[in-house]
Design a protein around this ligand. Structure first.
Ligand SMILES: Nc1ncnc2c1ncn2[C@@H]1O[C@H](COP(=O)(O)OP(=O)(O)OP(=O)(O)O)[C@@H](O)[C@H]1O
Length: 364
């Protein structure tokens, strides 16, 4: 650890609003200098978790520690934590420049240094022309950029961001995202970043914590979350188009989708215990063949195509009840085409039909 970052730890944190439990015994460790993204659907408790780390909400039970000390210590010094709020929280009577400068003045950052930092931030966030305006004279996206700039200027050990790019135009959003990332590379702040945008999470996070209903479902690198989701919720929440989920049967060392044989399993391990499972296969892993190749080739009909220029998204009917989505680089497919698909063992994820957990069937 160095001077620029701090660890964050939540130990068995619960938060109730009146009689409703919105966070349930949450354990979370953010390593010093890490970029952690909290990702999940609306209402799952991301903002509440972030607000407890910021000391804006008090945990009903459990502990919130910054560098091993109770959150109150960090709050008292005013330096340790900076937060970008979802609703911007700008000072209405101050200009953009004054909003950005305020915290730096309070923390006695020298005038030339203040000017240097703020000029660069105003430029980066395309705000130079608006520096003398009041927040009431700005659009939503501009206000959000000011809020982001204010957090960036502070160079705190812990930087907390709650959906900081949600109202910013797509083009500028990418630039702002790059800026947050390079700020992190440069200053090594410990960042906790809340979003419900999976692409943003995948692009930014060293690790992603996927939340649902006040519980962290999985916390891991973007790659592991995508390739080896711990349960069906995580598998479905990450990836566009969504992962295909098919009811399958295990029989005679093979997996079957209805009457179609998918593939053979030599090492039975976790899978020999039951007959029914759910198979998850990402659309880009469904192999499209123009002709029958072997006993594992399954006939399908193209019922919808979406041409994205570089790739095509196909919706395929295997039978009356089974539809599957596929992504292919071949742009020649048309509705009505008869093709064959192949589902491969290496890219298949198998879930328990009851618990919906990944059974990690391919692991020893
Ligand atoms: N002050 C409050 N009083 C009562 N309920 C609250 C309060 N703040 C949040 N909640 C409830 O707690 C749950 C979690 O809210 P939270 O804002 O943490 O979710 P979120 O995942 O950040 O959602 P979003 O992405 O929509 O902002 C929601 O059901 C919300 O209605």
């Amino acid at each position: 650890m160095n001077d620029n970052n701090a660890t964050i730890e939540l130990k068995k944190v619960t938060k109730n609003f009146k009689n409703t439990k919105v966070i349930d015994q949450l354990d979370l460790k953010v390593v010093a200098g890490e970029f952690l993204v909290l990702l999940g659907p609306s209402g799952c408790g991301k903002s509440t978790t972030l607000r407890m780390i910021a000391g804006l909400e008090v945990a009903s039970d459990g502990e919130v520690l910054i560098d091993g000390d109770d959150i109150k210590k960090s709050l008292s010094d005013g330096h340790t934590i900076a937060m970008v709020f979802q609703d911007y929280a700008l000072y209405p009577n101050m200009t953009v420049y004054q909003n950005l400068e305020y915290a730096l003045k309070v923390h006695k950052v020298e005038k030339n240094e203040r000017k240097r930092r703020l000029t660069s931030i105003l430029e980066t966030l395309n705000l130079s022309d608006y520096k003398d305006r009041l927040p009431s004279e700005l659009s939503g996206g501009q206000k959000q950029r000011v809020a982001l700039g204010r957090g960036m200027a502070k160079k705190s050990k812990v930087f907390l961001l709650d959906e900081p790019l949600s109202n910013i135009d797509v083009q500028l959003r990418e630039k702002a995202r790059d800026e947050i990332q390079s700020l992190h590379d440069k200053n090594n702040q410990t960042i906790v970043y809340v979003t419900h945008d999976q692409l943003e999470a995948m692009a930014l996070g060293d690790r992603i914590a996927v939340m649902n209903e006040g519980i962290i479902q999985m916390i891991d690198t973007p790659e592991n979350i995508y390739k080896n989701p711990t349960n069906l919720f995580v598998a479905k929440f990450i990836g566009t188009p969504q992962i295909n989920v098919l009811p399958i049967k295990y029989q005679d060392s093979c997996l079957f989708l209805n009457e179609c044989k998918l593939f053979q399993i030599t090492e039975t391990k976790n899978i020999a215990k039951k007959t029914d499972y759910l198979l998850g296969i990402r659309p880009e892993h469904v192999r499209i063949l123009t002709e029958h190749k072997n006993e594992f080739s399954i006939q399908a009909e193209v019922i919808k195509t979406v041409d994205y220029g570089r790739f095509m998204q196909l919706t395929l009917n295997i039978d009356e009840e089974t539809t599957i989505k596929a992504i292919t680089e071949c742009l020649d497919h048309k509705v009505g085409d008869k093709v064959f698909i192949q589902i491969e063992k290496e890219t298949s994820i198998i879930f328990d039909v009851d618990s919906k957990k990944n059974i990690y069937w391919d692991r020893v």
